[in-house]
Design a protein around this ligand. Structure first.
Ligand SMILES: O=C(O)[C@H](O)COP(=O)(O)O
Length: 216
């Protein structure tokens, strides 16, 4: 039987920039809060149990500080070092990096998804440019690890990109549909092959935070 490809994307724990509402690019991100570290410790314990039962073949991280810190806690629990994949980084925020999201959204008259082909700040990617970059990076990873278990520590936006890719959502679906992603949540996609040779992607879990109970 063909092994199941599995893609597990864990969002980083709560970060200081999330609490203060600051745009968290390379400048604005100052790392996880104590609460975020605690969330990720619980997440890592859950992933370690899974890793023992059926090992992850590969572990990717994005380069932003809150994700690097998340990946380090997971690394310690799984004894699996992360590969940092720059193309999986969150959106390039340009001049918005380090500014309050409230101000950026007021100036842009909405979040980046609401005008997906217009840069939301000087030098920023558009939402659709971000999605194109992130989905291309995810496609390369999926092609590289066909039939394997893949773990990625990343951003809420990475989960949006994966869902857009694997649900094959049309361009600009973001104008009418979005995805909730909590800190330290797990989103799980599986691609089994049945006995008729059919292979389809299945969304096994979105925004799973069972490991954080009863603290939420
Ligand atoms: O501020 C940012 O960069 C993002 O909008 C926050 O998303 P993340 O917390 O999932 O990285």
């Amino acid at each position: 039987m063909t092994p199941t490809t599995e893609l597990v994307i864990a969002r980083h724990g709560e970060a200081a920039c999330n609490v203060t509402g600051i745009v968290g690019g390379e400048h604005g991100c100052t790392g996880l809060t104590d609460r975020g570290r605690h969330q990720v410790t619980r997440l890592a314990a859950r992933l370690a149990v899974e890793h023992t039962a059926r090992p992850y073949a590969i572990f990717y991280s994005t380069p932003r500080l809150r994700v690097v810190q998340t990946a380090e806690i997971i690394r310690q629990a799984l004894q699996l070092p992360p590969d940092v994949e720059p193309e999986l980084r969150g959106p390039d925020h340009g001049d918005a990096d380090g500014q309050p999201w409230a101000d950026v959204k007021t100036a842009f008259q909405g979040p980046p998804q609401h005008a997906p082909d217009i840069p939301y700040a000087n030098g920023s990617e558009t939402w659709n440019q971000y999605l194109a970059r992130a989905t291309k990076a995810l496609q390369k990873i999926l092609a590289r690890h066909d039939g394997e278990r893949i773990l990625i520590a990343a951003h809420g936006e990475t989960i949006e990109a994966a869902n857009n890719l694997l649900l094959a959502l049309p361009q600009n679906t973001c104008l009418r549909l979005g995805f909730v992603t909590d800190h330290a949540s797990v989103t799980r996609w599986q691609r089994p092959t049945n006995r008729f040779g059919r292979t389809i992607w299945q969304l096994a879990a979105h925004n799973d935070t069972r490991h954080l109970q009863p603290e939420r």
